[in-house]
Design a protein around this ligand. Structure first.
Ligand SMILES: [Zn+2]
Length: 469
């Protein structure tokens, strides 16, 4: 039985889809004005583990994600650069998909840019105006939060703070102060993108897209809405207000939020020099799989302190898994099955499932793998592992890989330790060609691949150099 902690109720409850068959899940996606950082990716990796776990159950899953391709920051930067928002956001959208792939994050079933949902957003605003939940002020339309008695329920905002009629224009705001928020913004600058609606020309506020996209694809009530804790207020609170005022039904049954990521025990910030995009880390030679491992090694509801030492020990854990698989595959084993090892495998399987079912406790699930690895290594040393044990263990590890996507792919590499020179030279040549073509994504991919087989690449003035780690 899967249990999840619901931010709305503050309780940990058994989860099953409302109709018993299909999980309808919505996750807030990236704002594509820059490369995503590892804090963003903690949320996406958590959602990926949740997605994979839900898919292991006898349910179908429809997982929807938006891509915010219009908001204050995007408009400001594209106007500064003198290009339209599509041209500005396209490379960042592409980078998001490439980064996600490097982290082995599966694509949501439906993932669409916000600007593809303008007609649906316009209809929502019309409905909110009609029912008195929205009002016009100048060229913009605002949501009247005093019209929605449940406002603040998700974030437990103190209602006494509610200031009737205080309005906020910005797409994002951090103040724990509920304000009427903007649904539709009249253009302030000639160069701003705009759409025509019955209530005036303008563009949607940020919060609107998730309500429109979620309800269009998943119906009025979702089973799960997830995101990072920083989305709880105001974004998710506003999504609830918009959606429920129109549908008169609960917007989502479960709200699941991933905690913050700290770097060196501090909030990530460019000025502190502890700000990492995925690309920064790969450029430094770190393995994307080790990054994924570190991001999911702590249960999603706990703060995760990301450090380069932590990354090194994540890599060491991956090496232990790889080494164990290699030893198993390369050892000559007697036929048959050792019941002791079968029992150890059954325990690991049960602990793994129990961990993930317990509010996605990934730390427990990983722990179960390493207890088994210790048993296997001891059994190999003492010649107790038999052919059938190996087969069932390898089979289980491939299932673990479906679920957590952390089993190193090149399990054979230590055989010819690691990668022969010709192989490495061929990859280096491909990377040189990629860089010549300014295909930096491909160049990064090859660097990651080389890193996976234990090769470090350095770009020097004399050209590309490589060495074994
Ligand atoms: Zn959202």
């Amino acid at each position: 039985m899967l249990k999840l902690t619901n931010t709305l109720t503050r309780t940990t409850d058994v989860f099953a889809p409302a109709d018993g068959a299909t999980v309808r899940m919505y996750a807030c996606g990236p704002t594509v004005y820059d490369f995503a950082h590892i804090g963003n990716f903690r949320s996406y990796v958590f959602e990926d583990v949740l997605r994979r776990h839900l898919r292991s159950k006898p349910w179908k899953l429809i997982h929807v994600m938006n891509i915010t391709d219009i908001d204050d920051k995007i408009i400001r930067r594209s106007v500064e650069l003198g290009i339209d928002i599509k041209t500005f956001t396209a490379p960042f959208t592409k980078a998001f998909f490439q980064d996600s792939e490097m982290l082995r994050i599966q694509r949501p079933d439906i993932i669409t840019p916000a600007t593809d949902y303008i007609p649906e957003m316009i209809v929502l605003v019309e409905q909110l105006l009609k029912s008195g939940h929205a009002y016009r002020e100048g060229d913009s339309i605002y949501y009247r939060i005093s019209s929605f008695p449940d406002y603040g329920r998700l974030s437990h905002l103190d209602k006494r703070e509610l200031k009737v009629g205080a309005r906020i224009d910005a797409d994002e705001y951090e103040k724990e102060q509920p304000n009427d928020f903007v649904l539709w913004k009249g253009p302030k600058d000639e160069k701003e993108p705009r759409w025509t609606a019955s209530f005036g020309t303008g563009r949607p506020g940020w919060h609107l897209e998730c309500s429109a996209m979620a309800m269009k694809n998943l119906g009025n009530t979702l089973d799960i809405h997830c995101g990072g804790v920083d989305n709880i207020f105001p974004h998710h609170e506003n999504e609830i207000a918009q959606s429920e005022a129109v549908s008169c039904q609960p917007f989502s049954r479960f709200w699941i939020h991933c905690e913050h990521l700290l770097v060196n025990n501090e909030k990530m910030s460019k000025s502190k020099g502890n700000f990492y995009t995925l690309r920064d880390l790969i450029e430094k030679g770190y393995n994307p799989l080790a990054i994924r491992y570190l991001l999911l090694s702590v249960q999603y509801r706990k703060q995760l302190n990301f450090t380069l030492e932590g990354l090194a020990s994540a890599q060491a854990s991956l090496d232990r898994i790889r080494e164990c698989i290699f030893r198993m595959k390369s050892s000559a084993l007697p036929e048959g099955c050792n019941p002791q090892l079968s029992a150890a495998l059954s325990t690991a399987m049960a602990q793994f499932e129990a961990g993930l079912d317990d509010d996605l406790n990934t730390a427990q699930a990983l722990g179960a793998i390493f207890v088994l690895i210790r048993e296997i290594n001891n059994a190999l040393t003492e010649s107790r592992l038999q052919v059938d044990n190996r087969n069932e263990i390898l089979h289980w590890l491939s299932m673990v890989d479906d679920r957590l996507a952390i089993i190193p792919s090149d399990t054979q590499q230590s055989q010819d330790a690691p990668g022969n020179d010709a192989e490495v030279e061929a990859l280096i040549a491909q990377r040189v060609a990629a860089r010549k073509n300014r295909d930096f994504a491909e160049s990064d991919r090859i660097r990651a691949k080389l890193n996976d087989i234990g090769i470090l690449v350095e770009d020097t003035r004399e050209g590309m150099k490589w060495r074994r780690k």
